[in-house]
Design a binder for this molecule. Structure first.
Ligand code: HEM
Length: 423
């Protein structure tokens, strides 16, 4: 048996056990937001049962505050596109299943309602226009080529570290015009800001506070520099726009963390997922090698298959109804994009990874409505280019060991993926 086949069979065993557990647990006891289910990648039967039997489900038996789980595609769309009913605002708890902990209520435009959200979003959106992306494509291609050319042959290495983190961090440094040689500080701040207490990323709240204070101080300095000498970066854009130039330091910090995490974790984890998905589906990998033009449909399919942000949360502003359930003002409502992307009523054979789907872009991974991802075109561009460059160079990238997944029900990602490039 090849290493890949052995991995597939181990994971199939785990999933069989998870299915037994999911179908024998009373549905009122379900807590789909448990990070361990994401870390072991055994969340699927839990969501499958919720979609079938309790598509709008209230969890009261978790070690976190009670929350609604919305698991079907159309119900998720309903919540995401009704921002007058379902709030993202940090003052109501924010966008993650857990309320923002005291001391971290930094306003960022992803966690704001209208009209402030729209005003601040407009400030940074010129970074992601098609024309500006065309300009950036040249740089992205050069960097992808350089990183890929430096990879070892016939030797096991961690794809996450050497490729996914490296390329997305380089991009981030460009977006902020951050000192290039210090770029890994951005990666660290991204990890620290989203880490859960038991994730092992920070050893204490104190450590987290210290590191984020360093982030605030560094960017505070850059803000002052760019006020005087603007460039074409995100900090300069914010420092010189009417909507953001008088931001409080907390609002600046909130938007910086948003852009750092947005631009880093998500694309990084999709880059890793693409290698994993193609290894788990060798016939699809062969299709891609035979016809590299399929990169265009493969990229949105990986983004669906991975769903790098598993959920976004809202808070009900008024009493309302969804899927026959009465939601009360103040309730937490979690939209599980990761489940909606596997809704068999909307997506054919949703558990399969198929790189030439007819409508690959109908996935929910970028959200919908006013908060739909502002960086989505950049993310897709980076992924398309890296695969164009990979196919020019390597016949195969082989996954040779278990991926290590992140302990989180928000960021669906990987700490490591051991691979080998035969050469
Ligand atoms: C918003 C996913 C890449 C910046 C979002 C949302 C999701 C998402 C789910 C919230 C949507 C909602 O609430 O309806 C992703 C995925 C990516 C990705 C899956 C990659 C595969 C990026 C990149 C950037 C970025 C590369 C920027 C450098 C943002 C920002 C927002 C956002 C600033 C807030 C938009 C708003 O509130 O108006 N993203 N994202 N994202 N994303 Fe992304």
């Amino acid at each position: 048996m090849t290493a890949q086949a052995a991995l597939r069979s181990d994971h199939a065993d785990l999933l069989r056990q998870a299915r037994l557990e999911a179908y024998s647990t009373p549905i009122e006891d379900f807590h789909p937001g448990a990070p361990r289910l994401f870390q072991s990648d055994t969340i699927w039967p839990w969501f499958e049962r919720l979609r079938k039997e309790a598509p709008v489900h209230y969890c009261t038996k978790a070690p976190i505050e009670p929350y609604w789980s919305v698991t079907r595609y159309h119900d998720i769309m309903h919540v995401d596109t009704n921002h007058a009913i379902f709030s993202s605002d940090v003052s109501n708890g924010g966008i993650m299943i857990r309320d923002v902990p005291p001391g971290y209520e930094w306003p960022s435009f992803i966690a704001m309602d209208e009209p402030r959200h729209g005003e601040q979003r407009k400030t940074v959106s010129p970074m992601f226009t098609p024309d500006h992306l065309d300009e950036m494509a040249v740089l992205i291609r050069q960097r992808s080529a350089k990183v890929l050319d430096s990879l070892p042959r016939n030797e096991t290495f961690n794809w996450v570290e050497k490729v996914s983190i490296e390329l997305t961090t380089q991009m981030l440094a460009t977006l902020f015009d951050f000192p290039f040689e210090e770029r890994r500080r951005l990666t660290r701040w991204s990890d620290v800001s989203t880490a859960l207490p038991k994730s092992g990323i920070v050893s204490s709240e104190d450590e987290r506070r210290r590191e984020l204070a360093d982030c605030a101080e560094t960017f505070g300095r850059m803000w002052k520099e760019r006020q005087a000498n603007p460039g074409r970066d995100l900090i300069s854009m914010m420092a010189h726009s009417e909507a953001t130039r008088h931001m409080t330091p907390d609002n600046l910090m909130g938007n910086l963390i948003l852009l750092i995490v947005g631009g880093n974790d998500t694309t990084r984890n999709t880059m890793t997922a693409s290698v994993l998905a193609l290894n788990e589906n060798p016939a699809e990998y062969q299709k891609l090698r035979d016809n590299p033009a399929l990169i265009d449909t493969m990229v949105p399919e990986v983004i669906r298959w991975q769903t790098p942000l598993a959920h976004m949360r809202r808070t009900a502003l008024v009493d309302t109804e969804l899927g026959g359930q009465k939601i009360r003002k103040g309730d937490r409502v979690v939209m599980w994009y990761v489940s909606g992307n596997r809704d068999e009523e909307v997506i054919e054979t949703p558990d399969a990874f198929i790189i030439d789907r007819k409508r690959p872009r109908i996935h929910l991974s970028f959200g919908f409505g006013i908060h739909r991802c502002v960086g989505m075109r950049l993310a897709e561009l980076q992924l398309r280019i890296v695969w164009q460059e990979i196919l020019k160079r390597f016949d195969r990238i082989e996954v040779v060991g278990e991926p290590k997944r992140v302990y989180s029900s928000f960021v669906r990602g990987y700490e490591s993926l051991p691979v080998r490039i035969p050469g």
